[in-house]
Ligand binder design. Structure first.
Ligand code: ACO
Length: 428
């Protein structure tokens, strides 16, 4: 027999169905609550609110589990291939050899930006935040590809998804080159997805970028581990914007803006700043931890804590291992990794963090890896966005395919009542 949830409101009794997901998580379906009871639910921050049913990603925060389309993320670590995972997330199954070859060829074919679009970079100041450029330029893609604004069928959607996944790397690399006053490097059709990105970032005219295979492997894994995380802030933003019927480019540009915040993707920049401050001698590890526990300080241990993970973040575990491996392979000794390990050790044995179930999250070690690759700190969140894009696209399409309603939460109004308009001269 299916469970029912019972609600008493005054003298009235109501029953609501309980739905169960494929991994056993349960939810009370209240979609007709207001219609039947005249009440709404109040859940600031949505910690108890399921906004949709989704078949893309499963997280069990208590057990530190993360699956993409049913596959545990640890299984992508042996031969990390971001393009394959992007396909999996968006289209629902691992690609066949033919599907993979066709998708990879599409990514290669569409890597260039329209020359007109290239000139837009010149209008940005050198010091412009790269996340602002990324968001603006993704939105600008709808001006240069108007044929992809209306996506009537799966084939046209596939074309738009491939263009976006391909071009985001070019936009990211051009934003970086612009900030350095360096010439833009065109994509090289002989290179795979990640090496091509590194080529556009770091090659010089007539000087090839010598791409180390361990860097390619590490960056593939970083992108995979950021690729989706169900209804996080930026993905919910993409779905929210998409629910109004806004096109894929506009919706993903909004996702970039949401990701930018320091409590979300922007935390990877904050982590590096924190590690550098400690390494630079401004504070000891112990002093920083003390500040992070002091509610008056407004300081948080960046890269620690997660709304969903209350045991460990499996992405942080893998990234910690990759950071050690990569630095060893490159023969780099980064003192910031030592600071990170020390912070982790102290925090994990401190009752404040233990009681609140605060563990390292995905942003804690990713910066050390990106630094070893040569990526500057202000590009860290951009790399996160490149990784998260397939997840945003998958959610946008899932929602669109289901023909869902516009997302429109309610509120409990607590403002003035019965107030009259006063002419200016009567206001004190
Ligand atoms: N350092 C110190 N205290 C913390 C931290 C932290 N990093 N994170 C949470 N806390 C404390 C809060 O002060 C609060 O304490 P209280 O109960 O005494 O008031 C308690 O732990 C619960 O914290 P909330 O803010 O309610 O937890 P929430 O689920 O809303 O926030 C978040 C999660 C935003 C990730 C938070 O842990 C945080 O700010 N972390 C640092 C920023 C960060 O690393 N963000 C990246 C997250 S991963 C991602 O988005 C990709």
């Amino acid at each position: 027999m299916t469970d029912r949830a019972h609600l008493s409101l005054g003298d009235a009794q109501y029953e609501f169905p309980v739905v169960e997901g494929s991994e056993g998580e349960r939810a009370i379906d209240i979609r007709d609550l207001r219609q039947r009871t005249g009440h709404i639910t109040l859940d600031p921050g949505y910690a108890n609110t399921g906004s949709c049913e989704s078949a893309i990603t499963f997280i069990d925060g208590e057990r530190g589990v993360l699956h993409y389309r049913g596959i545990p993320i640890e299984q992508f670590a042996a031969e990390p291939n971001f393009v394959e995972v992007a396909w999996l997330l968006i289209f629902g199954a691992l690609p066949t050899a033919e599907e993979y070859a066709a998708f990879a060829a599409d990514l290669t074919r569409h890597a260039n930006l329209d020359e007109g679009m290239k000139h837009h970079f010149e209008g940005f100041p050198r010091a412009a935040p790269p996340m602002a450029i990324l968001s603006a330029m993704i939105n600008a893609l709808s001006c240069f590809h108007p044929e992809l604004i209306e996506l009537e069928d799966a084939e046209r959607f596939r074309m738009a998804a491939a263009r976006l996944i391909s071009k985001i790397r070019t936009i990211a690399a051009y934003a970086y080159r612009h900030s350095r006053g360096q010439p833009y490097i065109y994509p090289d059709p002989r290179l795979r997805y990640v090496p091509n990105f590194l080529h556009m970032m770091f090659a010089q005219p007539y000087v090839e970028y010598d791409c180390d295979e361990s860097i390619v492997r590490a960056l593939n894994l970083v992108l995979i581990l950021h690729a989706d995380h169900e209804q996080n802030c930026s993905t919910s933003t993409v779905r929210m914007v998409g629910s109004s019927g806004a096109n894929l480019f506009a919706s993903c540009a909004a996702g970039v803006c949401a990701l930018w915040g320091p409590l979300h993707g922007g935390a990877n920049v904050e982590v590096l700043d924190m590690l550098e401050r400690i390494h630079g001698g401004q504070l000891t590890v112990e002093e920083y931890v003390r500040l992070a526990k002091d509610k008056d300080s407004k300081v948080r241990l960046m890269g620690f804590g997660h709304r969903v993970y209350k045991n460990f973040d499996p992405r942080a575990k893998l990234l910690g291992e990759v950071a050690e491996e990569l630095l060893a392979k490159l023969g780099v000794k980064d003192p910031l990794l030592d600071v990170a390990r020390r912070l982790e050790e102290i925090a994990l044995s401190d009752p404040y963090f233990v009681e609140r179930k605060l563990y390292p999250n995905v942003d804690f070690y990713s910066g050390v890896i990106l630094r070893a690759i040569g990526i500057p700190t202000n590009m860290f969140t951009v790399i996160f966005a490149i990784g998260r894009l397939p997840g945003w696209i998958a959610h946008w399409w899932e929602q669109r395919s289901e023909g869902s309603r516009i997302a429109r939460p309610r509120q409990v109004y607590v403002g003035n009542t019965g107030t009259d308009y006063l002419p200016m001269e009567r206001r004190s």
